[in-house]
Design a protein around this ligand. Structure first.
Ligand code: FAD
Length: 501
């Protein structure tokens, strides 16, 4: 007979991962579940993680969050893409969200563009992306494109203050019935027979018992790593950056609706405009750059005065060898880390939560559920890793760090993708690939990898038609962007945060 007791889910850690999970469980799980979150103010959170991708809007919408209220509460700005500066000599390009150009029947846009390039009538790819054109003009507008049906809607994400986002979600979670327990976890108790975790032991001789545990303790990975001994697969051969140094600066005069990722001699630097400040950080490989040099480089590269001392962070790229072990599921930094080049970590928290909800165990977990969860998570990690590696590998810079990246052996799946593009202009999207064909296209082309051919169907129209078609898309993008609001004015009108109002 079924027990009447609710299933107890215990979330260890209250950073972005812990509170996203708590808010989602409060919203989607019924009275059959009791949710408790344990966090330690004294330990604090990693304190970075400000740039997102458009999928976050689905998460927020699922929680019933009013977008303008959320943006005001988290001092958010809009994000239309990421500008990559200096990843090839003197080059810059945008990985913009959303479509580029317009597919022609079955023919993906890149083939018409490649034909246009061959005929000398095409402009750089970015000219055909509405998000790119709007972003570089500092324009923003939500809702469907007005100029013509020929233009797609402009997808967007946010830059926000991660601490304020966690606080915002905490409000939702607690009002939805989640119990928050303040305290430092000092030990993890396990059932002698099954090996499952039975309780978190807190300082002051308190304990929080549960049936299912989420390890959201960040890089410490207290449950999945320390207590259960799940190993870590490091990817330093592919992604050798192992440190970052972060500093906030004053609100940007150039309040861009995009993130900027600028390459430097041994890594790259981010710039993320928020309403009340700008997030900056330098990601680097300690084998090629000292901490002092990194701090000096970061401070020298700021557009606005720093508001605090730079904060160093250490990490290793890679993933856990398993993400769900016994009755513990690792979410967020406890599950692994991929540097924030494409702003994927918060998204991976979101997709982990979706996976947990879809494979949610009852009082007992079957090995098959765990295996499926792990299978999907491994694939997700591997595909995102490949996308990041592409940015590093396809470079023509002179510094030893970049020469090493160019010489690195690519994972098989990525090698195949690059070869297919080079030979035929085709892009295939694999299972669990977070990034669309158009995302891959922008990075492949942006990093200067040329395609030698295109689909033969793109040869059918006469040259003038191709020129006219490409010119029309460019014209419509420019017209549409010209009708949008200035980004700063748009934020001030719709979603200004307290200090910035
Ligand atoms: P944390 O924020 O570290 O939270 C851990 C929680 O566990 C805290 O509440 C802590 O108090 C608690 N805890 C730990 N030990 C104990 C204990 N013993 N007892 C009680 N509580 C404990 N992601 C993006 O999507 N976009 C970005 O732009 C981005 N930029 C990043 C830049 C850098 C340099 C780094 C390192 C990461 C970045 N990330 C980014 C990743 C992002 O910061 C994380 O994915 C996100 O913050 C989630 O972190 P977390 O909740 O897993 O861990």
């Amino acid at each position: 007979m079924q027990s009447e007791q609710p299933i107890r889910i215990v979330i260890a850690g209250g950073g972005t991962a812990g509170w996203m999970a708590a808010a989602a469980f409060a919203r989607f799980l019924g009275p059959g579940f009791r949710i408790t979150l344990v966090e330690s103010e004294e330990i604090g959170t990693v304190g970075v993680g400000e740039a997102t991708i458009p999928q976050i809007r689905l998460f927020n919408a699922g929680l019933g969050i009013d977008e303008d209220a959320f943006m005001a509460a988290t001092q958010a700005s809009f994000k239309l893409g990421i500008e990559f500066v200096g990843w090839t000599k003197g080059g810059r390009y945008m990985h913009a969200f959303g479509d580029v150009g317009r597919a022609n029947g079955l023919l993906a846009f890149q083939h018409s563009w490649l034909r246009g390039l061959a005929e000398g009538v095409a402009r750089p790819l970015a000219a055909y992306s509405l998000n790119n054109v709007a972003a570089l003009a500092n324009r923003m507008q939500r809702g469907p494109a007005r100029t013509a049906k020929l233009l797609p809607e402009m997808p967007y994400a946010f830059h926000f203050d991660a601490g304020l986002y966690a606080r915002f979600l905490r409000g939702l979670a607690e009002s939805g019935g989640v119990t928050r327990v303040e305290g430092r976890i000092v030990a993890v108790a396990r059932d002698g027979e099954s090996g499952d975790v039975s309780a978190l032991e807190l300082e002051g001789e308190r304990e929080v018992a549960g049936d299912l545990f989420l390890d959201c303790t960040g890089f410490r990975a207290l449950l999945i790593g320390e207590a259960l001994g799940t190993g870590f697969e490091g990817w330093s051969d592919l992604l050798p950056c192992d440190r970052a140094i972060a500093v906030p600066s004053a609100r940007a005069r150039d309040f861009t609706p995009y993130t900027r990722a600028t390459a430097h001699a041994a890594g790259w630097q981010w710039r993320i405009p928020l309403q009340h400040r700008t997030g900056n950080g330098l990601v680097y490989a300690s084998a090629h750059l000292s901490d002092d040099e990194a701090a000096a480089r970061l401070l020298a590269g700021l557009d606005e005065p720093a508001l605090a001392d730079p904060r160093p962070l250490r990490f290793a790229a890679g993933k856990r060898r398993g993400f769900w072990k016994h009755n513990v599921i690792a979410v967020g930094l406890a599950s692994g880390f991929l540097e924030p080049l494409e702003s994927t970590s918060i998204h991976m928290i979101q997709s982990a939560i979706e996976r947990i909800l879809s494979l949610l165990p009852g009082r007992q977990t079957s090995p098959a559920q765990r295996e499926e969860y792990d299978r999907q998570t491994h694939l997700e990690y591997d595909r995102i890793r490949d996308f990041l590696v592409l940015h590093y590998w396809a470079n023509d810079r002179d510094e030893p760090f970049w020469a090493e990246r160019r010489a690195a052996a690519l994972p098989a799946c990525l090698r195949h993708k690059v070869a297919l593009w080079r030979a035929s202009g085709r892009i295939v999207r694999g299972e669990a690939d977070l990034f669309s064909e158009v995302a891959w296209l922008q990075v492949l082309a942006g990093q200067g990898i040329a395609a030698a051919a295109h689909h033969p169907l793109a040869d059918a129209p006469p040259r003038e038609h191709i020129a006219e078609y490409l010119g029309l898309i460019e014209l419509l993008n420019a017209r549409e962007a010209g009708q949008m609001s200035d980004h700063a004015a748009y934020v001030a009108q719709h979603c200004a945060g307290a200090a910035a109002a």
